[in-house]
Design a protein around this ligand. Sequence first.
Ligand SMILES: [Zn+2]
Ligand SMILES: [Zn+2]
Length: 219
Amino acid sequence: MCCEFDLHLHTSCHSECSVMTPEEMVGRALEMGLDGIAITEHEYTWSDEEIRELVKKTHAETLIILAGQEVRCYERWEIQGDFLVFGTRGNFYAPTARELIQRVHRSGGIVIAAHPYRSGLSVLGAGDMVHDLDIDALELHHPNHPPESVKKARRAIERLKIPGIGGSDAHHADQVGCCTTRFHREVHDLLQMMDEIRRGRVRALQRNFEFRDSGFDYF
Ligand SMILES: [Zn+2]
Ligand SMILES: [Zn+2]
């Protein structure tokens, strides 16, 4: 059954908070039997060249490696939450969630609310604000989403008629693939991935899931 992806990963290459090297990330993704991964560093999108180099270094020709970025949004100096962005290489400097979504949509990309109801460091999740945003999907399964959070996220998904995805938000290799997204159809590149999410042909999975309450592993 194709295709299982971890859509939320940070490496020590471009996320200072991560202790996972890109090579470790790829190694663990293969070990977990994932078909693909999306690297989503904080405010940075890997270039195609960087991805090609990584594939060459790790001989991971069978693993599909995509790149997006995780953007933190603010309104009047207050954090609104983190959002995963795909399909645009823009640089975003502390935008509001609405500005971010508008800009990304204008350039043909998608925006996914990251861990909207996270328990540790809850300020980093958009919370109920997701109900008023034109997001394309939200992270349903995440290591900081206990069952109550999943319930709230499910309610939002149903109301907004958008899909839920799963992502590990791994900052350490052990965490890769603990939450994943299954695509009903084959996905080989970023455009297909975005299209399948827009059409809602995905399912969020918890695998190897271990709830973490501290929140300090992930930020
Ligand atoms: Zn993250
Ligand atoms: Zn981080």
